[in-house]
Design a protein around this ligand. Sequence first.
Ligand code: FCB
Length: 482
Amino acid sequence: MPDDILLSVQRPLALPSAFFPTTTPASYSRADFGPDFHWGAACAAYQVEGAWQQQGKGPSIWDEFTRRPKAIARGEHARVSTDFFTRYEQDLDLAQSLGLTDFRFSAAWARVLPEGVGAVNRRGLDFYDRLVDACLERDLRPWLTVYHWDLPLALQQRGGWTNRDVVGWLANYAQLLARRLGDRVQHWMVLNEPMVFVGAGHALGIHAPGRRSLPAFLAAAHHATLAQAEGGRALRDTLPGSARIGTTFSCSYVTPARPGHGPSEAATRRVDAVLNRFFTEPVLGMGYPMAELPALGWLLRRYQKPGDVERMKFDFDFWGIQNYTREVVRAAPWLPLLGAALVPAAKRGVPTTEMGWEVYPESVYEMLKQYAAYPGAPELYITESGAALPDYPAGGRVPDAGRVAYYQAAIGQVLRARREGIRVNGYFPWSFTDNFEWAEGYRPRFGLVYVDYDTQERIVKDSGRWYSEFLAGARVEVARTL
Ligand code: FCB
């Protein structure tokens, strides 16, 4: 094994309690999760499909954003990516051979509706039809995300998420997918991580459409909240009664930099409200978390219309919880609106992944506990969880011991939650194969399966092999050291 493989997993050895939390059950097997637990893996259209101009697909905001100089690390883009559009059968064969029971993917809105609304691109819709059939032929239950960040460019030209019409556009697109695929797809998710595409795309400018504007952020946030619920209603009106309709939330467990210190604790509550509660509480009819964020609440009023609190509600069958890390928060009274700042993991001397995210597997458990505590919370699934580590093929294998340890701990934390009675019924590693990691390009590798981007060769990583053995029933003795 080349020395540098261990680069990112050497530092954790200095802090074994964080990397190997003792709260993780020491040993477990698949049987401990019961026979109905869903074991999948996840991906998203823009990150894997490639074929950006093939068979009538229209341009998306990511096709445009990746063309901007300096927007993406090393000037990379996803015009080819892992070429899932032509290689999906091969990838699904691999997923089946590893023993997965479920497969999560998204549809590219501009592949189905090149202009976002109006004329349907039959060949685009046919692709998802074949993809769904290909999953079912391999006994993989398809989980379809309606919107995973790739808005049609034509809609962006009409204001995109800042235009309230997006609520209707999304509902119309969701309905189109439901009409065509609803006889075979049972699990649907309306949005992928609204806080990320709204925040990174409209406030920070680091994701498409690259806006850095508070009004754009507020408008997009409110319209995403409305679209989330309206999309749910559109699906429910169209799909058979047996369909399971969900949506997904990004989240990070937040802890104060100075526990017990009033301002630090209060700052942590404000960050929690933004990162973890903002899109969830309106769904339950609680409105936005205004008590913690009065200024934001006041500013948001401009975009709200009478009846919106009711419109933002929807009784989802499940929530997809997506967690990678925790955040440590300190008070920063000079910063407007939030008065809080995140203490970067690098400054805290904790183990991190290639994304700079702290390795903190207990975050998965903490977030499940937090979401399950809402009165009226539906069934939960971990629809994303994973780690980017530097992977190198060596002798036909990819030895990624750090990722194996990460999954052992994270899945163990899901079991911990289940043992406490939390209704969490599935786990989807992010990601099935390596893929295009948005602004970070191809360098961060999240896959259970390695992709050689020059040859499109796939190599199952040791983590993929481990997952497969676990799914075949092997008992896991959870790693305590590397
Ligand atoms: C999530 C995204 C997903 C992937 C992972 C690493 O925020 O939903 O597409 O990029 O992060």
